[in-house]
Ligand binder design. Structure first.
Ligand code: GLN
Length: 518
């Protein structure tokens, strides 16, 4: 079922294989009919992860990048929408030469070809298929896998089935029935799992492992316990300790089984060696579900781990600051730092603006990202520059003089899907600024996902009042970074720095923010 941790299992298996020296990449299949994740609600599906090439992808793609340190592309996230749009395009172009176009073989052929293309140049492709066995949407994908095993051969394919062994009673018995049944369900459609990755709260006990092995008819050493642990980056080691590399290597006829642990271990250890805490308040709109901002959380975690502090994060719904009680915002005083991440739409934005104002006035370290950048501009314009009506065109579509305005390139876009300014763009950093001391570089590349931007008609007034615009892109046409030299640390960026952070090498703005919080 969803939320089980298939993404972490897939990333961890891929990581282990990569550590043996193989060239490994991952792909995520989302069987929903959407073309991509861009139009999906982050509170229901988790964050939209943006790739260098501007793909709006499932959040598991972020896990792949963070585990493998390999950039993904939009093509690594396959959806039913994408597959069908390829099939329909080919049909319109007459490529099927009069045939009746069918799920088998036409849709399944497109799926198999997509996977083969992604595997080119790699030794192993780890394919993660979302959803639950038995879902109607995933059937064409599972059927393609079944065919691939037949066509490619036994040593070329291996199935890992991620299942659940819940504990329901006070005695703590691990229930194996859901696993037994889902294995049967999978076999019914022709797929025989070779390894079972069993999610459970506590390590799978001997009895449960034996029962699963016997009833599911899978060798005991192929029943792997994937129990809860405090750091996702420990999962590769948990799998390795149960011999998963030998099992996979035997099946796929892979020669080298020695894992080069040293560097990865150094990183994973840093998530446990702490002296003291760092306490961050994240103020936003989709905060009731931390999955909506998983990359932001990870980037904070990478930074705090590197700096030896235990991260604690509180997610704060900005609407609580809109209730008329002026003192409510003082709640933010307890944090070492405040972060405002990306977001869309007017709801909750006034509460965010109040929080930003509080951070700026009280000189609490502040990091603003995308929406957080735009609302920082509005806060400053209203409260420091006398522009009391300053706002975003996102909230007042008819106001063409907004401080934050619709990007001219966006005006002709009628569709919402894939139409924002997306993906990697160059950013020029202004010398002698905080930005420059953070990045030590004249140019950086970061990923974007926005429709609105700072209206440079207001440039002079914000600069005269003390704001420094320390980074720009597209030859100065867009402002990317703002900061206040009079504050200890107030830094806001139009780009999404969180998508460039990996364990052991945190994104620099996050690291500088946490350093300042400490
Ligand atoms: N809603 C804003 C825009 O479209 C910010 C987007 C974001 O935070 N990703 O520009």
């Amino acid at each position: 079922m969803s939320g089980l941790g298939k993404g972490i299992v897939a990333s961890s298996v891929a990581k282990l294989l990569q550590l043996t020296g193989l060239r490994v990449t991952c792909t995520k299949i989302d069987p929903y009919v959407n073309y991509d994740a861009g139009t999906m609600n982050p509170t229901a599906h988790g964050e939209v992860f943006v790739t260098d090439d501007g793909g709006e992808c499932d959040m598991d793609m972020g896990n792949y990048e963070r585990f493998l340190n390999t950039p993904m592309t939009k093509w690594h996230n396959i959806t039913t929408g994408r597959i069908y749009s390829d099939v329909i395009k080919a049909e319109r172009e007459g490529k099927y030469l009069g045939q009746c176009v069918q799920i088998i073989p036409h849709v399944t052929d497109v799926i198999k070809n997509s996977l083969k293309n992604l595997a080119k140049g790699y030794d192993v492709l780890v394919v993660e298929c979302g959803g639950t066995v038995g879902d109607i949407e995933s059937l064409p994908f599972l059927e393609s896998f079944r065919q691939m095993e037949l066509e490619e051969g036994d040593t070329e394919t291996l199935f890992i089935h991620v299942t659940l062994a819940p504990i329901l009673d006070v005695v703590g018995e691990q229930k194996t029935k859901p696993t037994q049944h889902s294995v049967q369900e999978l076999r019914r459609i022709g797929i025989h799992p070779y390894i079972l990755a069993v999610r459970c709260q506590k390590p799978l006990n001997r009895e449960a492992r034996h029962k699963i092995s016997m009833f599911a008819s899978i060798r005991e050493q192929c029943v792997i316990s994937c129990h809860d642990c405090s750091s996702i980056y420990d999962v590769p080691e948990i799998l390795k300790d149960q011999g998963i590399i030998d099992v996979i290597s035997d099946k796929l006829d892979l020669k080298n089984r020695n894992i080069r642990w040293a560097e990865w271990k150094k990183v994973t250890k840093s998530f446990f060696n702490f002296s003291g805490n760092v306490n961050i308040g994240i103020v936003g709109k989709y905060v009731n579900l931390p999955d909506s901002y998983v990359s932001v959380y990870q980037a904070l975690l990478h930074s705090s781990a590197k700096l030896g502090k235990k991260l604690s994060v509180e997610w704060i719904d900005s609407e609580r600051f809109e209730n008329g009680n002026k003192d409510e915002v003082k709640f933010l005083n307890k944090f070492d730092g405040i972060l405002v991440p990306g977001g869309f739409g007017a709801r909750g934005s006034e509460g965010i603006i109040k929080s930003i104002n509080y951070a700026r006035q009280k000189d609490i370290p502040f990091l603003g990202i995308c929406f957080g950048f735009q609302l920082s501009l509005i806060e400053f314009a209203r409260n420091q520059c006398g522009l009391v009506d300053a706002s975003s065109q996102e909230f007042n579509p008819n106001d063409n003089n907004s401080l934050v305005k619709f990007m001219p390139e966006q005006i002709h876009n009628v569709n919402l899907g894939g139409s924002m300014r997306l993906g990697k763009h160059d950013i020029t950093i202004i010398p002698q600024t905080l930005a420059n001391s953070i990045y030590h570089n004249k140019k950086i590349e970061r990923r974007h996902r926005h429709r609105y931007e700072f209206n440079q008609d207001y440039r002079q007034v914000v600069e005269e009042n003390g704001m420094v615009l320390s980074g720009h892109s597209d030859k100065g046409r867009r402002i990317e970074i703002l900061e206040f030299p009079s504050n200890k640390f107030f830094f806001a960026v139009q780009y999404h720095s969180e998508f460039s952070s990996i364990p052991g090498r945190p994104e620099q703005a996050f690291e500088a923010f946490i350093t300042s919080c400490i």
